[in-house]
Structures are given as structure tokens and as C-alpha cells.
Design a protein around this ligand. Structure first.
Ligand code: ADP
Ligand code: MG
Length: 685
């Protein structure tokens, strides 16, 4: 249908968009002008030539040189020419470690190509697929590409795959490296582009032996680095003070402040506004920010108003903001850490690496010479910061990874081509956990249940809990709880006067037996109030979180139906209504149990770590046994999202895990022994 339009437009001497058959908009030409000045454009032909001659190409270029937005379009052009000769549908895929980046970049590229997002250009992130049968260029998280490989092991839908932000070395990207190396051997027609801001080039070149390395020279201006003379006690306060000083004493130019998380960033934004009022335009940036707000960081500031972006390390390399002249680097980021000896994986605010610090500083010199204020001493930079961030694979619980790899047919993990192989102890622990969960049998083969578990885009414990929930006649409820656990915190807790009111509102949803059930209460109340925004507002509930929980729930339900898992509930008046739900929770999370000892402390079962109930916990008593959803390392070891369970249930639900002979000597063990003895006596009677 687009052909007549094409002809007509041509006769008018206008250029037509080959994707839509429509004449290009004015905006398209405006953006094109800008795009043509990006460094990658000067090497377009060289890049395409290199790609034609090689199956794998490694491309390194400074942040902002146009890699993420332009390279996939170049590739698409080249592929499209071929596809016209041989009209088979070919897809170009470009991975991003962060979902926010995948969504944001896809929108930008759709705009650049003058098409609607979700049509020719789309994105896929967990629980959200914004693509259609017309999609030819797709941005997706690395995790989603890994999921696609489970059902399409040779990634047949793709003609070219671009692995972006390779330097981040996320877990999923590392797995894709190994996986794609195998796929490339079996698909000589597939091409792979590895892109990165900086990389340990030697390591990559060795790993992808034979692949050419192409460098895009940056246009970086010099950046003056300023350190503090003395260590700062409070980097947040120091950051705010520095922003004020920049605003008062430095020439025009926008400011980018690196902090660690949502709460801290919102706090900083408020304090900066308090001090400087509307002299500055303060914009926060973090992953749970609504997309409309995220777009704001790209809006140019009105005349004479300085923009101050306060961001997590997402703007270190994933998103480029133009006009930044000053960078304030706190020296910290929230990072995943993992202790394989007690299986605890946690997000912890920790010092960044020297490589990260370099990247952050680089953001100041994109358009003109800039300054970077490091809120730490030079000595600390040289002696305390490690040179590179450890790859995530060395900092993660690998249960999910092992399940994914097993599903992909890679049974012998020791032989998998890891760029950095994880510790054997971590792999062994992951294998063990999967056997306990029933995902693998003793020989390490995927069980039927494991097969199902791998299809849920969730951690194996949660998947297990969903799969068993029909047996406890509560799959409806477990679906709701799982959905609520998969979205950002639904409770809004403003600073200042409204806080007490918010806490009271939360208490009204509180369930005496714990936080999982409280979340269920919130979900039910939200539905009973017709998903009303005003109701959410009045009850300090985050409407967006609820909407996404509803969406997640639908998608999980689809997977349940695919496996014919019954969607059911007990009668609400049944005295076992909540007991069943708690038992189902435990069947998934029996490895995350804590026991209250005689001195009133909680100890995690088996590992005997002292933990504390998080202040957000809704229970007003301390039950003897609890399960927890999260182990949060902050100033203390907290367990978060906690629900009361009964010790006897452990013997029913996970006798293999609570098998005493391989239980370390501890008070918990003695209590379990008593429970076993009691049960035996009862059975004898
Ligand atoms: P790289 O991947 O090499 O870091 P990008 O392709 O992400 O570079 O960005 C190139 C340029 O595109 C940026 O400098 C910026 O000017 C522009 N750009 C990218 N995303 C957006 C957006 N959402 N809005 C406006 N401009 C953008
Ligand atoms: Mg990029």
C-alpha cells in the first residue's frame, strides 16, 4: 500500500521515509542534522565495511559518540538492502543492561527514524513488550535476549545482534558472550557487534579472538579534576554544598551529580531546591522514575537557568545528557555484592572503581572544557578505589544463571566459555539450591518442574512458589503477592509532616502475620476500589506501582495457564485461607528462614547470621519463625518483607533442606530436633 505514496511523493521531489511511505517530518531533518555531527557518522562506511568482512566486530567509543542510537540504524540500513533482495524478515537487536536505557533509547531512535515507537522500532524489557510484527529494530535488555534464547536457541529471528555497554559486564551480558560465541559457530550468517565505552580491550580481543577492534575517537574536551582536601563525612551533604558553590561561583553550564538511589536523590533534589529555589532547574534520574519524568533530563533548560541532574550511575555511560559542564562525583554507587558462603546477595552502597570515576568525569567534557568535583581525596582515589569494577558474575547468586544455562542445554558448566569463570563454590551452591528446589535432579538434569521454573522471568524461589500454589489452593493470592514483590515499593513515605499520616495509612493495610499478606491486602483494596488513582493518593499508595503489579500479574497468569496450573482460591472465610498462602510462600522460600533465639535475636536458618527485622516490617510481635524476601545489608543486617510461619511446616514443606544430619550445630538445630521428636511421638500414638 505504501508504493503509490512513494511514487507520488517522488514526483513531487520530496524524500520519502521508506518505513512508512510518508514524507519525512521537519523534526526528522532537524535531528538528522545533529546526528550527522556525531563521531560515529564519520566512520559509518568503515564500520559497515568491517562488518561485511567479519562475523564479529568490537567497537569502542566514548559515551555520547552515537554508538547506541546510530550503529543499530547503520546496521539496519545495510541489512535492509539485503532483505529487499531476499524478502525474509530480519531483525536487528540491540541489548542494554538497563531497562530504562532500552526504553529511552528506543523512543529516541523511533523519533530519529520518524516512526512510531512499537512499530518499526520497539523495545522489550521484563514484563513489557513494545514491539509488533513490523518491528525491524529492537532494543531489549540483555536479560530478555537470554530469555529469547531459551525458546529460540539459535536466535533465528536475528540477522545482527548488537551487545551494547559490554564494559558493564552485567551477568546477562557475560552469559550472552559465551552463548553467542556458540551460536555464531552454528549460524555463519549471523553477525555480532560488541560495543562499549571503555574496555579492557586486550581481554575482549583475546576472548573474541580474530574480531577486529574499531575505535571511535571521542570529542572529549579537557576536564579538570578537583578532589577534596579532607575525606568527607557525609557525601550527600557535601554534594549539595558543592552544587550550591558551583551555582554561585562557576560560569554557566549544567551540573550532573552522581548519587546512589531514589530516596537519597529525591532528598538531595529537595534540599537543592530549598537552597537555590528556581534559580536552578533540578531533575532527578533513577530507574523507578516514571518515563515522562525521565524524558525531562533531555529537555534543554530555559535561558539563564542552570540544569542540575541528580542521578544514579545510569548516566555514567547508559544515557547521555547534553550540556553538562560540571560533574559532582560522590564516589559511591549501589552495587550488588554476594557472599557465597551464606548465599546472601544484597545491594550495598559501596565505593566505585577508578574506571567508573573516569567515566563520570568524562561526562563533564562533552561540549566544552569542564570540571569534575570528586567528593573524596586524591589519596583515596589512588589507594582505596579498585581499578575496575568486578564483573557482576563474580558478585551474584547464580541459581538463576545455572537454571537458565541448563535450560539452554549447557549441562557442563565447567566447560562453558565464561570470560571470567565464577568461583566453583558459587556454582556448586547454585546447583545445590536448584536441587533443593526440585528444579534439577541429583544428576543435575532439569526436572519437569525445573523446566517450568525456567519459563518464569523470576528468581527460582518465586517461580517454585507459583508452581506449587494450586496445591495450596491459593494461586490467585500467590500471583498477587508475586506481582507486588516484582514492582517498586508501593508505599509512599514522604519526608516531613505527612510521614505520620502515611505510616498510619500503611498500618491500615497491615496484616498481623506479616508483610507478604500486607501486600496482598493492598492489592485487594486497590482492586476493590476500582484501581482508582484518587484512592491511591489518599492512601499513600503508588498508583504506578499498582498498575505495573497488575500488568505483571496478568503476564505471570499467562505463563501459569500455559502449564495448565490451576488459578484458584480458598474461600475467604475458610480458617486456613491465610495458612495456605503462608505455606505456599514457604514452599518457595524455605531457604530464607530465620529463627528467633533465646536472647531475642533472629538467626538465619543453617547459616546462623544475626539479622534484624527491617523497620518497615508491619508485624508488632516477633514470631519464632519467619520467612523473608530480602536480606538488606545497610548499617545492620536487615531482613525485609517478612512473614510469620510455623516451625512444623518446615518439616512438611522442605524435609530435604531441614534434614538434620547435614544441619550445622546450632540452637536452630536443637529446636528442629524437638519438632521432629514431637512429630514422631505423635505418629506413634
Ligand atoms: P553513546 O551510545 O555512544 O553513548 P548515544 O547514541 O546514546 O551515544 O547518544 C548520542 C547522542 O544522541 C547524544 O549525545 C545526545 O545528543 C543524543 N540523544 C540520545 N538520546 C537522546 C534523547 N532521549 N533525547 C535527546 N537526545 C538524545
Ligand atoms: Mg550508549
Amino acid at each position: 500500500a505504501s508504493i503509490p505514496a512513494k511514487k507520488k511523493a517522488k514526483t513531487n521531489g520530496m524524500v520519502v521515509n521508506k518505513w512508512t511511505g510518508k514524507v519525512y517530518s521537519r523534526r526528522y531533518h532537524e535531528i538528522l542534522e545533529k546526528r550527522r555531527s556525531l563521531p560515529v557518522w564519520f566512520q559509518k562506511d568503515e564500520f559497515l565495511q568491517t562488518l561485511r568482512n567479519n562475523q564479529t566486530v568490537i567497537l569502542v567509543g566514548e559515551t555520547g559518540s552515537g554508538k547506541t542510537t546510530q550503529i543499530p540504524q547503520f546496521v539496519l540500513e545495510a541489512v535492509h538492502v539485503e532483505a529487499e533482495k531476499n524478502p525474509r524478515k530480519w531483525l536487528v537487536g540491540c541489548t542494554q543492561p538497563r531497562r530504562v536505557a532500552a526504553m529511552s533509547v528506543a523512543s529516541r531512535v523511533a523519533e530519529e527514524m520518524d516512526v512510531s515507537i512499537g512499530e518499526e522500532v520497539g523495545y522489550t524489557v521484563r514484563f513489557e513488550d513494545c514491539t509488533s510484527s513490523r518491528t525491524v529494530l529492537k532494543y531489549l535488555t540483555d536479560g530478555m535476549l537470554l530469555r529469547e534464547a531459551m525458546t529460540d536457541p539459535l536466535l533465528q529471528r536475528y540477522k545482527v545482534i548488537v551487545l551494547d555497554e559490554a564494559h558493564e559486564r552485567t551477568l546477562a551480558t557475560d552469559l550472552l558472550f559465551g552463548l553467542l560465541k556458540r551460536v555464531l559457530r552454528n549460524r555463519p550468517d549471523l553477525k555480532l557487534v560488541i560495543m562499549s565505552a571503555t574496555l579492557e580491550a586486550k581481554k575482549f580481543l583475546e576472548y573474541f579472538s580474530g574480531a577486529p577492534l574499531m575505535k571511535v575517537p571521542g570529542r572529549l574536551h579537557p576536564v579538570e579534576i578537583l578532589y577534596t582536601q579532607e575525606p568527607e563525612r557525609d557525601y550527600l551533604e557535601a554534594a549539595i554544598r558543592t552544587v550550591v558553590q558551583i551555582h554561585m561561583f562557576e560560569p554557566p553550564g549544567d551540573v550532573l551529580v552522581f548519587l546512589t538511589g531514589e530516596e537519597e536523590i529525591e532528598d538531595a533534589c529537595r534540599k537543592i531546591v530549598n537552597k537555590l529555589g528556581d534559580q536552578v532547574n533540578v531533575v532527578p534520574l533513577y530507574s523507578t522514575l516514571p518515563p515522562v519524568m525521565q524524558q525531562k533530563i533531555f529537555d534543554p533548560s530555559p535561558e539563564n537557568r542552570r540544569k542540575v541532574v541528580v542521578s544514579t550511575n545510569i548516566s555514567e555511560t547508559s544515557l547521555t545528557i547534553d550540556g553538562i559542564v560540571y560533574v559532582v562525583d560522590s564516589g559511591f554507587a549501589k552495587q550488588k555484592i554476594y557472599n557465597p558462603s551464606n548465599r546472601v546477595e544484597s545491594l550495598l552502597v559501596s565505593p566505585i572503581s577508578q574506571a567508573s570515576a573516569h567515566q563520570r568525569a568524562g561526562r563533564a567534557g562533552r561540549t566544552q572544557p569542564g570540571k569534575c568535583f570528586r567528593l573524596y581525596t586524591e589519596k583515596s582515589f589512588n589507594h582505596d578505589l579498585q581499578s575496575q569494577t568486578y564483573p557482576e558474575i563474580l558478585r551474584s547468586n547464580l541459581a538463576n544463571t545455572v537454571l537458565t544455562l541448563t535450560k539452554l542445554g549447557i549441562d557442563n558448566l565447567v566447560c562453558f566459555d565464561f570470560m571470567d569463570p565464577p568461583a566453583p563454590q558459587t556454582l556448586a551452591r547454585a546447583l545445590n539450591d536448584l536441587v533443593y528446589l526440585g528444579a534439577l535432579d541429583d544428576k543435575g538434569n532439569l526436572t519437569k518442574e525445573g523446566e517450568m521454573m525456567s519459563e518464569f522471568p523470576l528468581d527460582p524461589q518465586m517461580a517454585k512458589m507459583l508452581i506449587v500454589s494450586p496445591e495450596f489452593n491459593c494461586s490467585n493470592e500467590i500471583l498477587s503477592v508475586s506481582a507486588m514483590l516484582s514492582v517498586p515499593n508501593c508505599f509512599i513515605r514522604p519526608k516531613g509532616e505527612a510521614q505520620k499520616e502515611a505510616d498510619e495509612a500503611k498500618a491500615r493495610f497491615g496484616h498481623i502475620d506479616g508483610d507478604h499478606l500486607t501486600l496482598l491486602n493492598v492489592y485487594h483494596a486497590y482492586k476493590q476500589n476500582n484501581e482508582d488513582m484518587k484512592w491511591c493518593y489518599e492512601n499513600f499508595i503508588n498508583h504506578r506501582a499498582m498498575k505495573s503489579a497488575d500488568n505483571v500479574r496478568k503476564q505471570l497468569m499467562k505463563i501459569m495457564s500455559k502449564f495448565n496450573l490451576k488459578i484458584c482460591s480458598s474461600d475467604f472465610n475458610n480458617p486456613n485461607y491465610y495458612v495456605n498462602i503462608r505455606k505456599a510462600l514457604l514452599t518457595g522460600y524455605f531457604m530464607q528462614v530465620a529463627h528467633l533465639d533465646r536472647t531475642g535475636r533472629y538467626l538465619t536458618a543453617k547459616d546462623d547470621q544475626v539479622v534484624h527485622l527491617h523497620p518497615s516490617c508491619c508485624m508488632d510481635h516477633k514470631p519464632e519463625w519467619v520467612i523473608y524476601n530480602e536480606y538488606a545489608l545497610t548499617s545492620r543486617n536487615f531482613i525485609r518483607t517478612v512473614t510469620y510461619i510455623r516451625g512444623e511446616w518446615l518439616l512438611d514443606v522442605a524435609p530435604h533442606y531441614y534434614h538434620l544430619p547435614n544441619f550445622p550445630n546450632s540452637e536452630t538445630k536443637r529446636i528442629l530436633e524437638k519438632l521432629y521428636n514431637k512429630r514422631e511421638r505423635k505418629n506413634l500414638k
